[in-house]
Design a protein around this ligand. Structure first.
Ligand SMILES: NC(=O)C1=CN([C@@H]2O[C@H](COP(=O)(O)OP(=O)(O)OC[C@H]3O[C@@H](n4cnc5c(N)ncnc54)[C@H](OP(=O)(O)O)[C@@H]3O)[C@@H](O)[C@H]2O)C=CC1
Ligand SMILES: O=C1O[C@H](COP(=O)(O)O)[C@@H](O)[C@H](O)[C@H]1O
Length: 461
């Protein structure tokens, strides 16, 4: 059943996520005409005036280039409530201010979010309420299961939106069209034709003042447990019959259930490292261990790599390498599908040029297909050429897409309870061997390409 959301209540609205990502996305959505009539309420512990809050909302909408009558109306009418929403009285006062069906967006520290849901379970929420939760969703499998059970006491599963903004990225969504609307890809999308898949998200951003969160999460949990496994699921899933939430999320869950560390050996299928001093684009960075708020004893990695297999008929034996890290030289964000060499090259053609590779680049969105062709000068000598196409950035940014689903109470792009649990199940064996010290914590200078000889395919030259 689709419920129209009348009021978006942002809990923790004074924080970084709200101003930098959520409100710019909301502004875009309002400007696109897809959330007409919405009321916005900001809630936090700071005693802000309505005018101060309206000023913040206006600035954030501007940063998302959101203009037009609806963004202006919402920014002019929005209200700020000061409350501790873990407290029953505080939460009651917020619920009392809601006129219509609310979506509560938890832009709160994770432990506070759990406390608020406990309070909701005690005092109840209005009919039709939707809850939108940010990552990290739990800190391990057991805590994610407990949180899911708690949420189920408050609202039905389809009213819980576990946000993964990667599912709002246009290239990630394009995967669905590319795979299932082109017969020639889907026919060869399997172990017979594909040798390996690499999903790489290397950032040149460093810690950026987020030690409080990141030093307890690290690259594996921050990026692989959450986002990159979702990308893997879209690359590897079976074709859903429709894109409705049950079918799409069912296909995602099914494929994730088949994922495990390569050879069931978490020690040999994972690597970790952290950055030492270096320079990126003229910016001098200290070693991670010396960043403000970091406890070097935590042994947190800033670069993680994990190779998994998908143990089913389609993918048996094909390695999927997931890698993500911070403070790296190149912003390399791509899905690389490497095809097998042809079984026989006709005699008379010379110069093998390497395998065909499909690269889906995540921002600026682009698709590249490296294929072997007859050379220009000598038609019997092979050359590798790249067929490429740029995608538009998409009508909405990732948070605009995510909010569009939440405000139309369509959970298609949000993570189902069992999917989040599967993602924890997949990374837990690796976290365990890392905790035991069975995998060395390597080092790389900030601004480098990371330790040499790791397994992900090299970037395009
Ligand atoms: N920032 C980012 O880039 C991303 C963040 N996330 C996730 O989003 C969530 C929020 O992150 P972020 O915005 O960075 O965190 P911040 O710490 O910047 O903001 C959290 C806000 O919650 C408020 N708050 C804390 N406790 C309460 C309470 N009991 N009642 C009401 N308000 C409260 C805080 O106010 P006060 O300080 O006054 O207590 C603060 O304004 C986290 O789960 C994070 O993991 C996910 C992806 C990216
Ligand atoms: O969730 C997160 O994602 C960002 C990367 O996503 P982007 O869309 O901003 O490129 C990452 O930097 C951050 O560490 C992580 O928490």
């Amino acid at each position: 059943m689709t419920v129209k959301i009348d009021v978006l209540v942002v809990l923790g609205a004074g924080g970084d996520l709200t101003s930098r990502l959520l409100l710019p996305g909301l502004g875009q959505l309002l400007a696109s005409g897809q959330a007409d009539g919405l009321t916005l309420i900001g809630v936090g512990q700071d005693a802000l005036s309505d005018d101060e809050w309206r000023e913040r909302v206006t600035r954030s909408f501007e940063s998302g280039a959101a203009e037009g009558a609806e963004p202006s109306r919402v920014a002019a009418q929005t209200a700020w409530l000061t409350a501790d929403v873990t407290d029953a009285e505080g939460l009651r006062s917020v619920i009392a201010a809601v006129d219509g069906t609310p979506a509560f967006y938890f832009a709160l520290p994770p432990a506070v979010a759990v406390a608020v849901v406990k309070t909701m379970a005690e005092i109840g929420v209005p009919e039709g309420t939707v809850l939108a939760l940010e990552k990290p969703f739990g800190t391990d499998l057991a805590s994610a299961q407990a949180f899911n059970a708690l949420l189920a006491r408050v609202v039905p599963e389809n009213s819980v939106h576990r946000v993964d903004h990667f599912l709002g990225k246009s290239t990630v969504l394009n995967l669905i069209g590319l795979r299932f609307a082109n017969r020639f890809f889907e026919q060869s999308w399997n172990r017979d034709a594909i040798e390996r898949v690499d999903i790489v998200f290397d950032e040149n951003l460093a810690l950026e003042g987020r030690a409080g969160y990141y030093d307890h999460a690290g690259a594996l949990v921050d990026m692989i447990q959450s986002h990159l496994l979702q990308v893997l699921a879209l690359v590897a899933m079976e074709p859903p019959s429709t894109l409705d939430p049950d079918d799409l999320r069912g296909s995602i869950a099914q494929v994730l259930r088949a994922v495990r560390p390569q050879d069931d050996d978490p020690r040999r299928s994972s690597r970790r490292a952290r950055y030492t001093p270096g320079t990126i684009g003229g910016r001098r960075l200290p070693s991670y261990a010396d960043e403000k708020g970091v406890d070097p004893e935590n042994g947190t990695e800033t670069l993680a790599e994990m190779t998994v297999t998908v143990d089913n008929w389609r993918w048996a034996g094909v390695p999927f390498t997931l890698r993500s890290g911070k403070a790296l030289a190149d912003r390399r964000k791509e899905i690389v599908v490497t095809f097998r060499e042809v079984p026989h090259l006709p005699e008379g053609l010379s110069g093998r040029v390497g395998p065909s590779r499909l690269r889906l680049v995540l921002g600026p969105d682009r698709i590249e297909f490296d294929v072997a062709m007859n050379g220009e000068d000598d038609p019997f000598q092979l050359d590798q050429v790249t067929l490429s196409a740029e995608f538009g950035a998409g009508r909405l940014g990732p948070y605009g897409e995510v909010l569009s689903g939440i405000l139309s109470s369509d959970p298609t792009l949000s993570l189902r309870a069992d999917v989040v649990e599967q993602c924890w199940r997949i990374v837990e064996p690796v976290l365990a061997v890392w905790r035991n010290g069975d995998v060395p914590l390597e080092e790389y200078p900030a601004g480098s390409a990371g330790p040499a000889a790791w397994s992900a395919v090299p970037p395009k030259a």
